[in-house]
Design a protein around this ligand. Sequence first.
Ligand SMILES: NC(=O)c1ccc[n+]([C@@H]2O[C@H](COP(=O)([O-])OP(=O)(O)OC[C@H]3O[C@@H](n4cnc5c(N)ncnc54)[C@H](O)[C@@H]3O)[C@@H](O)[C@H]2O)c1
Length: 342
Amino acid sequence: MKVLVTGGAGFIGTHIIVCLLERGHDVHVLDDFSNSSEKALKRVKNITGKFIRFTKGSILDGALLSYLFANESFDSVIHLAAFKAVGESSTNPLKYYENNVVGTLVLSRAMKNFGVKRLIFSSSATVYGDGVQMPLTESSCVQDPTNPYGRTKLMMEQILTDLAKSDPSWDITVLRYFNPVGAHSSGLIGEDPNGIPNNLMPFVSQVAVGKRDKVSVFGNDYDTPDGTGVRDYIHIEDLALGHVKALEKQNSDQRGSSRNIKIYNLGTGRGYSVLEVIEAFSRASGKKIPYEIVKRRPGDVAKCWADPSKSELELGWKATRDLIQMCRDAWNWQVNNPEGYE
Ligand SMILES: NC(=O)c1ccc[n+]([C@@H]2O[C@H](COP(=O)([O-])OP(=O)(O)OC[C@H]3O[C@@H](n4cnc5c(N)ncnc54)[C@H](O)[C@@H]3O)[C@@H](O)[C@H]2O)c1
């Protein structure tokens, strides 16, 4: 299949592209490199030995999208382009609503105009909000997400649901990611956060390599076994395969079915606490990882893990890599690329 991957130069995108190319698909990346670099795509070429076509530009640019759709015959779009920093989304919400929500509208409009109606959309477990029973199934009551970033994801899901209802020829798959971590087993691509990492694993890994002094653990008084927050971490290579399975499922399904929007959790089904992650990373890296307990961070939920059984049943997909593997691969990437792609 010929696939347009928006945001394909980012952390998740590069791993998906490797997986797509290895399975014989044809890829075109659209990325404005606002949170990534061309170097990441060169690394993908080193891993796969395959040439990657890319266009530097924004999903907000309707004219550019029209040009791309008019000149390439895409079968599907995997839409990852978005801003994702939860904290920044609270201090600068307009930036998030514009890029994520308006960007998705502009992209969907172009797809509709050119009759490309198969879409895989990057959503997030943050759409579930707080106070929901664990594990989270796709039909767990979607509550109010705890931050503007999460609300952009929920709004985009709602827009896409309306779009699918309006026209049976759309085929849309929404993938709700839990916490993607780790790196490609080659150590050539991985997460390269700008400035202070927002997520736990890249932070822990920067402490292990000596770039930062200690990990701040936000709260140890949650209702969890050791009091620290519990999350469902998923290896990035497992997550990438989930996209390819979803894409191939769309291709093999009959078009025009009544269920033309499907939602799947991509998680392992197992939660780990912050302290368990620190301990596992310390074992994987052989480094001591100092940490200190600080007060809770606004917007964080106590616990969050997936029920991934629907993905297994319908997509034939299941995460296979465990926490130690995630830490080993994150460490391998960190040690070999202490300054990321720079
Ligand atoms: N990493 C996570 O923890 C996580 C969890 C759940 C969902 N997601 C979602 O997965 C997707 C990919 O996340 P990621 O971790 O790879 O982030 P990332 O920042 O590494 O990748 C996103 C890419 O999109 C590009 N981009 C942003 N705005 C764009 C625009 N207007 N036009 C073109 N390109 C644009 C960036 O340059 C970057 O390369 C995002 O939609 C994110 O919200 C990520």
